[in-house]
Ligand binder design. Structure first.
Ligand SMILES: NC(=O)c1ccc[n+]([C@@H]2O[C@H](COP(=O)([O-])OP(=O)(O)OC[C@H]3O[C@@H](n4cnc5c(N)ncnc54)[C@H](O)[C@@H]3O)[C@@H](O)[C@H]2O)c1
Length: 324
């Protein structure tokens, strides 16, 4: 298609998949990220693909820099993924608010100033708290009572997006994934299952730090949803849950063992449940964007382990998320 997309936080897990898909279809991703290590993108793209990505080191808490870089590339859309995850917001709530809340306002300001038509941003299922779990799938209509600073910041961003639509007619879509998994998912409250897949490939024991069911969505499907929303849709400030497969983390361990029989008994899970209802209703986004992919959990685990094996064989498997 040959369009330019400005992707904040694109060195992270979801961003790496967004970049990979943009490159695969011939578009031009501009990576705007605080970090300087493209390891997650490298794990998905060969050297040829990497050469087609423009990297800009930048901080969304810096309004002028964000505006300048968005204006410089005049993107078709902004995919806003930069943010600090639950544990980082818990450690430093003020920094979490600066990045997740103020940074998001800066991204909307930059879009407005440069005349960008659409902003697709990562909200999160963490806007919901355990009190919303009545045993059924949670829809977008349910009132939210998050139990983390992170969830409150994401809830605030959804309000910010609504006001940019009401006051400035800037169209946006906020997506709420719960547990994204796959290659590149190596940090955050729910990253354990992906790290466990890597540990199985490496033949090292690993304990996932939570138990119970959660809503697993493959990183590739997550990225595809962000791009579908970046490419089109109705004007307005939209919000969608992302639903993959609601599965008990113990069953994910069994799916890993099915792929790597030698890992039997070495991958365990222990700890509290994730304080977010485990099943999101994903009907609204599927009605608006009917062709979104859905990777069944077993296939996603298989593909993740296959890619980890390839990276391991090539001596390129990052181990920074494994305990030393
Ligand atoms: N991974 C999940 O399961 C999940 C679930 C729900 C929502 N989300 C949200 O999706 C987004 C992407 O998630 P991810 O898993 O790819 O996260 P990640 O932690 O892997 O990546 C986040 C990226 O943001 C960058 N970043 C942090 N502060 C920045 C700043 N001030 N300026 C520019 N870049 C900055 C980091 O360098 C990193 O590359 C985040 O906003 C996250 O909160 C993720």
């Amino acid at each position: 298609m040959n369009d330019t997309y400005f992707v904040t936080g694109a060195l992270g897990c979801i961003g790496a998949w967004v970049v990979q898909q943009l490159v695969a279809r011939g578009d031009h991703p501009v990576v705007f990220d605080l970090g300087g290590d493209p390891r997650r993108i490298r794990a998905l793209l060969g050297a040829d693909g990497l050469a087609r990505v423009r990297f800009v080191r930048g901080d969304i808490t810096d309004l002028e820099a964000t505006k300048r870089e968005v204006a410089a590339c005049r993107p078709r859309a902004i995919v806003h993924l930069a943010g600090l995850q639950v544990p980082f917001c818990r450690q430093d709530p003020a920094l979490g608010a600066r990045v997740n809340v103020l940074g998001t306002i800066h991204v909307f300001e930059a879009a407005l100033a440069a005349g960008v038509a659409r902003v697709v941003y990562a909200s999160s299922a963490a806007v919901f708290g355990p009190s919303e779990d009545d045993g059924t799938a949670v829809t977008e209509q349910v009132a939210c009572a998050p139990v983390t600073h992170y969830g409150v910041y994401k809830q605030c961003n959804e309000g910010t997006a609504r006001i940019y639509w009401l006051e400035k007619k800037l169209t946006s879509v906020g997506l709420r994934p719960l547990t994204v998994y796959g290659v590149g998912r190596d940090q955050g409250m729910t990253s354990g299952p992906s790290t466990a897949m890597k540990a199985a490939v490496l033949g090292v024991p690993f304990k996932i730090g939570f138990t119970g069911p959660t809503d697993f969505v493959h990183a590739s499907d997550t990225a595809a949803a962000f791009l579908a929303c970046a490419d089109g849709g109705e004007p307005g400030a939209h919000l969608y849950n992302l639903h993959g497969d609601t599965v008990d983390v113990g069953d994910v361990v069994r799916a890993i063992e099915a792929e790597v029989p030698a890992a039997r008994g070495t991958i365990t899970c222990q700890g509290p449940r994730i304080p977010i209802p485990p099943q999101l209703d994903g009907a609204a986004i599927r009605a608006a964007y009917p062709n979104l992919p859905h990777t069944p959990l077993a296939a996603g685990v298989r593909a993740t382990i296959a890619r980890f094996r390839e990276l391991h064989a090539a001596g390129d498997l990052d181990r920074s998320d494994l305990p030393r």
